[in-house]
Design a protein around this ligand. Sequence first.
Ligand code: CP
Length: 320
Amino acid sequence: MRHFISIADLTREEALSVLATAEHMAQTQSRALRKLPTLVGSTVVNLFFEDSTRTRISFEAAAKRLSADVINFSAKGSSLSKGESLKDTALTLQAMGADAVVVRSASSGAAHLLAHAGWIDQPIVNAGDGAHEHPTQAMLDAFTLRRHLRPGDPTAGLDGLHVVIVGDVLHSRVARSNVLLLTLLGARVTLVAPPALVPVGASAWPCTIRYDLDAALADSPDAVMMLRVQRERMVGGGFFPTEGEYSRRYGLTVARAAALPDHAIVLHPGPMNRGFEIAGAVADSPRSVIVEQVASGVFVRMAVLYHLLATDAREAPRDR
Ligand code: CP
């Protein structure tokens, strides 16, 4: 792998290889000495134009546990607020000796532009670009699903599983990356959303789209992934459901969670709107793997950095 921009760039074998490395990283993290010397001398830059808690901190933790140096760069307080371009920012990072750049942006395609515009030679990792993709989130979700639903086989895909993804699909980069990755790994995916929160073009995605949550949950899913309602992206005439109406029709309430199959698990990428798309009691229930998803994120991001930067892991670079 040269960059990690989109799940659409991965083969099933590449996705399974990253998951296998993440499993190996998880084993190392349960030992007393958690810091590995793998990336000593490398510098990872976290370039975040949008707010983040989980992704930014877990990339930082992942890089540090592989002994890389980390530079955290946020738009606030930088020369970006004085109008500096993405190109000049990239040239500055290259001049400072970045070996990999992890980028989050509100603009779909920002990571792809950084990787392919010719401004910077280093591997680029997409930490979320607009409503397009969040590939490491999908990888950590697949990792968590596999640990619970295909335990004991760290080489397995997700063949035969049924995952229901619910909520604000329109603004969700998590939904698109998960549809691509979970189906690549053999799962069946159903998206459930109000009609106004389904993106144009989603009918071409490799999944089923439904508008009735109770009907979808009656189909005995193995996992339910709730999406955050991204009200901050609905400014200027979007979809403004009342919380009560949305929760009644699309929220994962205690009653809906209780009716799931015994083995079914509940995921949410965070941050959560408790009491809106998911009841607090469900988020805190034994079915919930939401906190575990955060821990999985460190292992998966260690694996991605390893595949991009460790000299023994790199294949011959190929442009994507
Ligand atoms: N899931 C996720 O991307 O969370 P953050 O926005 O906190 O990084």
